[in-house]
Write a protein that binds this ligand. Structure first.
Ligand SMILES: *[C@@H]1O[C@H](CO)[C@@H](O)[C@H](O)[C@H]1NC(C)=O
Ligand SMILES: *[C@@H]1O[C@H](CO)[C@@H](O)[C@H](O)[C@H]1NC(C)=O
Ligand SMILES: *[C@@H]1O[C@H](CO)[C@@H](O)[C@H](O)[C@H]1NC(C)=O
Ligand SMILES: *[C@@H]1O[C@H](CO)[C@@H](O)[C@H](O)[C@H]1NC(C)=O
Ligand SMILES: *[C@@H]1O[C@H](CO)[C@@H](O)[C@H](O)[C@H]1NC(C)=O
Length: 412
């Protein structure tokens, strides 16, 4: 299976407040970012090991959350006398190789961060054009499995040279290293400045839009940008090369329960890397249940890897659809209204253009974990979508038998 990927950036540029790890999937990515002012939570090997333990012991790894990523601020303020990046000796006293060994011993993969430019966004040593090869070799020698390559403190010309050059340098190490590029986010995310054909050739995933913040307004802004630009963005995604709308903030502080579902639903429709940004030691049961929803993950990780689209916008309801393997579909109806009103949506499979299976379809509610019954294309049905919430349906041809069995219980 082709790798899917993820990453994260130090958005407030104040490193003492950011801790990042990344948790990925068999073929997708999940990442964790933690923002805390407590000294203990500053990015460190202690923190990364604690998250690795959580991922291995609390059911995350088995669901596919396998990449654990360190974000910005892990190095010393200077390169070593040989021009190599070195971890901060106070926070990573055992070194990155030992940390990679630990993470691997838990059945996980380790991601790391660097920046195409003079400095990282947090002001640590960057990877300039003349240090790309050295840094790629350093990461490979530490047995790192993923690189997020940020883009602070470089100009467009340097990025245009540096991102492909890092891709080649990683490849030349002979080690499989998932390559996450921040490049398009620095260029506005759209053609003609961004060449998605080229990106698909050199990167495994890329951020194309601004950093997510821990708020519903930010989630909605990203969703709307993806909807408006879907004709450009949707065809660029596929196995091994994904759009990354940025991390999940479910399990952090800013989203309600309904809003968390809405983010997860749209990210699953978008075939987005699922990158967590929470503290797995203190996550609520509610958030954990959402992030461990098997049917949601099944949809997100669908083997065709086709990114979904917004197919209708009715007032403040957005209707999103993703085509899945075996003639299956996922639909998400999101209520973007902020007036506190739940909204009804009456539709049918025919109106959603799900008509190919003559014997009808089985419908499941992804978040309520309910089987809704067998539907043909004419049957109308009513959904009620909570304010800033979502209803997500999984639609399976009635002719698909034993499917649930093959994939284990979707509702487990
Ligand atoms: C990076 O550093 C070089 C050399 O000091 C300088 O010429 C260049 O302007 C810097 N670039 C950026 C984007 O800061
Ligand atoms: C970008 O930076 C390089 C030096 O690192 C410089 O030679 C070049 O002129 C700069 N390009 C632009 C467009 O500023
Ligand atoms: C390097 O690139 C070649 C050609 O695309 C590919 O076959 C090979 O698997 C790559 N190696 C690694 C380690 O990614
Ligand atoms: C985009 O990149 C592809 C692959 O590198 C290249 O063939 C194509 O000419 C580029 N398109 C533009 C408009 O530069
Ligand atoms: C359904 O398909 C028809 C014909 O291809 C198209 O005109 C219509 O926009 C589609 N509707 C939706 C909701 O996708």
């Amino acid at each position: 299976m082709q790798p899917w990927f993820v990453y994260r950036k130090c958005s407030n540029r104040s490193c003492d407040m950011c801790i990042y790890f990344l948790v990925l999937f068999a073929s997708v990515c999940l990442q964790v970012q933690i923002k805390r002012e407590k000294a203990l939570d500053i990015t460190s090997e202690h923190l990364i090991k604690a998250m690795a333990d959580q991922m291995a012991n609390e059911g995350w790894r088995e669901l596919g959350y396998v990449y654990l990523s360190i974000d910005d601020c892990w190095t010393k303020k200077q390169r070593d006398p040989n021009g190599r990046l070195e971890p901060d000796p106070d926070r990573f006293p055992s070194g990155i190789k030992a940390l990679a060994d630990y993470v691997h011993s838990r059945g996980l993969k380790l991601g790391i961060y660097s920046d195409m430019g003079n400095y990282t966004c947090g002001g640590y040593p960057g990877t300039t054009l003349d240090t790309i090869k050295t840094d790629a070799e350093t990461f490979s020698s530490w047995e790192v499995d993923m690189l997020k390559f940020d883009g602070c403190y470089s100009n467009d010309t340097e990025k245009a040279i540096g991102y492909p050059k890092m891709s080649s340098a990683l490849n030349a190490t002979g080690r499989q290293i998932l390559y996450s590029c921040s490049w398009p986010a620095y260029e506005g995310g759209l053609p003609p400045k961004v060449n998605y054909t080229q990106l698909g050739n050199i990167c495994n995933m890329w951020r194309n839009y601004g950093d997510i913040q821990d708020s519903w307004a930010s989630v909605l802004d990203i969703i709307k940008w993806y909807a408006v630009n879907q004709d450009v963005l949707q065809p660029t995604a596929g196995p091994g090369h994904w759009n990354d709308p940025d991390m999940l903030i479910t399990g952090d502080f800013g989203l309600s329960y309904e809003q968390s579902k809405a983010q997860l639903a749209i990210w699953a429709i978008l075939a987005a890397p699922l990158i967590m940004s929470n503290d797995l030691r203190t996550i609520s049961q509610e958030a954990k249940d959402l992030l461990q929803n098997r049917l949601l993950i099944y949809i997100n990780q669908d083997s065709l890897g086709i990114q979904g689209r917004q197919i209708m916008k009715v007032d403040c309801l957005g209707v999103w659809k993703r085509e899945l393997v075996n003639g299956q579909y996922a639909i998400a109806v999101i209520n973007m209204g902020d007036d506190g009103l739940p909204r009804p949506f009456t539709t049918s499979l025919g109106l959603l253009n799900v008509t190919q299976c003559p014997v009808g379809y089985k419908l499941y509610d992804v978040f309520d974990r309910n089987y809704l019954g067998l539907f043909n294309s004419e049957t109308t049905f009513n959904l009620k979508i909570n304010p800033s919430g979502v209803v997500m349906l999984f639609i399976q041809p009635a002719s698909v038998v034993n499917h649930m069995k093959r994939h284990g219980s979707y509702f487990g």
